[in-house]
Design a protein around this ligand. Structure first.
Ligand code: SF4
Ligand code: SF4
Length: 210
């Protein structure tokens, strides 16, 4: 699987299949950006220095907390705030910041680049296809919701029923971004974020112009 510009000139996958993982998507983004570099050094409107939210996912928080539960709890308390995701109707955590991201330097370097949030890793500032955006958003929402669940699990004595419900999200306490897109789509269907027809569409191979 790779990312390329489709016939409309938008970033798209050539194909995904039932074995494609989130990590495959992230690797494809890195390769795409290597082949189609953005001029970030010259960028006057750095995306990391804008007022929009930096959404934080569980794997990023766990990496920055060295996989220590207490440190993760403190990290969330000190650095993040809850913000409603109106599109998907759930509370998510975002970085507590004014305008610039707390991790960007004057010279536009990300100080947590290797551990940066998944939403930053999936960001490409070129025109994107509907399919790219849907998959990006479903992956992001799954990992964002996993952080909310993990935080509650660390803070509370939850019932077994609630814990089992949270664990339907396979990103909960995931060690990395290596879960299958199929699992992301299963969860998205469960949550009512995706219907079966749209799910089938996501697997369609794109036809390139000869
Ligand atoms: S990714 Fe961000 S910093 Fe780089 S060119 Fe695009 S907007 Fe500018
Ligand atoms: S975490 Fe890094 S890549 Fe993401 S917005 Fe902040 S500085 Fe930019």
């Amino acid at each position: 699987m790779k990312l390329l510009f489709d016939v409309e000139g938008k970033v798209n996958y050539d194909k995904i299949n039932k074995n494609t993982t989130v990590k495959d998507v992230l690797d494809a983004v890195d390769i795409f950006l290597n082949n189609n570099p953005l001029d970030c050094n010259e960028c006057e409107e750095s995306c990391c220095k804008k007022s929009w939210s930096v959404e934080m996912d569980n794997v990023c928080v766990n990496k920055l907390s060295n996989w220590n539960d207490e440190v993760a709890l403190e990290f969330v308390q000190k650095n993040l705030v809850k913000k409603k995701n109106y599109y998907r109707d759930f509370d998510q955590y975002v970085l507590n910041k004014k305008i610039d991201c707390n991790f960007i330097t004057e010279t536009n370097l990300c100080t947590i680049y290797g551990d940066r949030p998944i939403i930053c890793r999936l960001y490409i500032c070129s025109p994107k296809s509907y399919r790219y955006n849907v998959i990006r958003e479903l992956i992001g929402s799954t990992y964002l919701k996993a952080l909310i669940h993990e935080d509650k699990m660390r803070n509370n004595n939850l019932t077994k029923k609630t814990i089992n419900k949270y664990k339907r999200n396979s990103a909960v306490f995931a060690k990395d971004y290596n879960i299958l897109l199929e699992e992301i789509f299963d969860y998205a269907e469960d949550e009512g974020w995706l219907d079966i027809d749209e799910r089938e569409e996501l697997y369609k191979e794109i036809i390139l112009k000869p």
